[in-house]
Design a protein around this ligand. Structure first.
Ligand code: ME8
Length: 519
């Protein structure tokens, strides 16, 4: 049986339209899925929408429609946008799906029966933006730090999940599993939260129906609905086919949750303890990225600078945008999205470096080797060709490690170093000059063979990041269905595997040059 790889994005709130922050996490998930599929894994990607809770009721009311109609509309909009930019999941979980509601109730019952839930009366300050009661440290000048709104004083009876009992267990688990929360800064942040428990405590997991009825009923008290985070996290089980799908155990054992840093606490503290209480293992990885700012400012509705994935598609081409976003953000750190930097990145790497290698290689094969991948000549193979082959092998190995460790920007940097090296070999051997002299024919063949071979290796390594363009590059060197059967790292390590004699095709530029915006 192939190893499993199960990856999730957060399920997004339907109170806002899809934006580039949501799209970034999805692009990372899609890239990892494609990478692991090429490595022979059975992959499963899940995304979805988070549809319950007060925040959604407020947003529906603002539009003057019922929550059900509102969530149907926005959830469909998320799906439509992902479809339009070519991001596809194996399961799209809506928290209003019937199988999900069943899972939430089953888990609640199980956790309740195991003695992890208690009814308490609660007096505190509630922030609807956060969908939780705040602690002192969440407040600044009487307002919620994240939402800048004044929380409401509330007193109500709530069911509490007795999370604090397992803080010691969680600390041990994190300490013993270095890759569980990554990068390390978020592991350290979680350990710091656990060291200073004053910001934590038990978790209120119910809302009285008298106040909020848009949610999943508690199976042991029908007058309450489930707290939106307790409901939402369980979508990761629903997405993996819990409880009955025979592939669930293997998927779950390989689970990787990709999230932004804003939702660290529910994922690294609530969720592992919820799973423990339900008798399930924690996910394998919780992988956390930073935040995108837009031209130096926080992305927010009030600044009217929220960027839609469709705007990115229209401006750069979605695949070029995806590349630039993955290349510009160091996974784990915040990054600034600037039009000028994206244009520069796309032009330098895609239009010039890669685009140039593709177009001159294929132009020259058309002119000088009869539109076919030429055979190399042993006598004309010198040190520079051997160095290129060695660099290719080294690149394959380091990309494998870097992607596994989520250093996507560095993996891309390495791949483009290889593209650069192939361009330099072309400049050095200048096959267009060698072709003027019949004695130069072996140089022409050898150089163009090395260039085609580099394109093959580069396309295999880059395919998880730039799937459409790489399929096209492979097709142009006579390997139209290579991605369906290719295996990494093996096929990329097989220097010389490009099919000699296969027809090559020039085609149009893969990535047109973009114009910078006028200031
Ligand atoms: O929190 N930069 O949903 P949400 C990068 N429903 N990524 C960003 C971003 C930015 N500026 N803004 C948002 C929720 N994101 C819950 C999740 S999961 C069980 C429930 C991305 O719609 C990033 O992945 O607010 C972040 O974690 C997520 O969107 C928050 O999406």
């Amino acid at each position: 049986m192939n190893p499993s790889y199960y990856v999730t994005t957060p399920i997004y709130y339907v109170n806002a339209e899809p934006h580039i922050g949501h799209a970034y996490t999805y692009c990372v998930a899609d890239t990892l899925t494609r990478f692991h599929r090429l490595r022979g894994c059975d992959v499963w990607l899940v995304t979805g929408t988070d549809e319950h809770g007060e925040k959604i009721v407020e947003a529906a009311a603002a539009r003057g429609i019922a929550p059900r109609a509102f969530t149907d509309e926005i959830s469909a909009q998320f799906r439509a946008v992902w479809d339009e930019v070519g991001l596809r999941a194996d399961r799209f979980v809506r928290t209003t799906d019937a199988d999900h509601a069943r899972n939430v109730q089953a888990i609640l019952q199980r956790v309740h029966d195991a003695g992890w839930i208690e009814l308490r009366s609660y007096d505190g300050l509630y922030c609807v933006g956060c969908e939780r009661f705040l602690t002192d440290r969440d407040l600044e000048n009487g307002r919620c730090r994240d939402h800048e709104r004044v929380p409401e004083a509330r007193r109500e009876s709530n069911y509490f999940f007795l999370m604090s009992r397992a803080f010691g267990w969680l600390r041990d688990h994190i300490e013993q599993s270095p890759g569980f929360i990554r990068p390390a800064r978020y592991r350290n942040e979680t350990l710091a939260m656990l060291r200073d428990e004053s910001g934590l405590g038990d978790l209120s997991i119910s809302r009285p129906k008298s106040r909020l009825d848009w949610g999943i009923e508690l199976p042991f008290d029908r007058d309450h609905v489930c707290y939106v985070w307790f409901d939402a996290l369980i979508s990761y089980l629903t997405g993996a086919g819990y409880p009955d799908d025979p592939t669930f155990p293997a998927r779950w054992a390989s689970a990787e949750h990709l999230i932004g840093k804003d939702i660290l606490k529910p994922h690294t503290i609530f969720w592992p303890i919820m799973l423990k209480a339900a008798g399930l293992a924690p996910p394998r990885h919780i992988s956390v990225h930073g935040y995108w700012n837009i031209e130096g400012r926080k992305m927010s509705k009030s600044l009217a600078n929220v960027l839609s994935p469709l705007t990115m598609r229209d401006r750069y081409g979605f695949e070029a945008f995806r590349y630039a976003a993955l290349r510009e953000m160091s996974f784990g750190l915040d990054a600034d999205l600037r039009d000028a930097s994206l244009v520069e990145r796309i032009n330098a790497d895609l239009a010039n470096n890669l685009g140039n290698l593709v177009s001159r290689t294929l132009n020259l094969t058309e002119r000088f080797t009869g539109g076919r991948v030429p055979a190399p000549d042993e006598g004309a193979t010198g040190e520079p060709e051997r160095e290129l082959a060695a660099l290719a092998a080294q690149t394959v190995t380091s990309v494998e490690t870097l992607v596994t460790d989520l250093e996507l920007h560095r993996a891309l940097e390495e791949i483009f170093r290889l593209v650069d090296a192939a361009n330099r070999l072309m400049d050095l051997r200048a096959p267009w000059k060698a072709a003027k002299d019949p004695a130069g024919e072996p140089i022409v063949r050898t150089t163009l063979h090395a260039a085609c071979e580099t394109l093959r290796v580069v396309a295999l390594l880059l395919a998880p990041f730039l799937p459409v363009a790489c399929a096209e590059i492979l097709a142009r060197i006579g390997l139209p269905s290579a991605l369906e059967t290719a295996r990494l790292p093996g096929d990329a390590l097989r220097w010389g595997a490009v099919p000699v004699g296969a027809p090559t095709r020039k085609g149009s530029p893969l990535f047109p040059r973009l114009e910078a915006r006028k200031p």
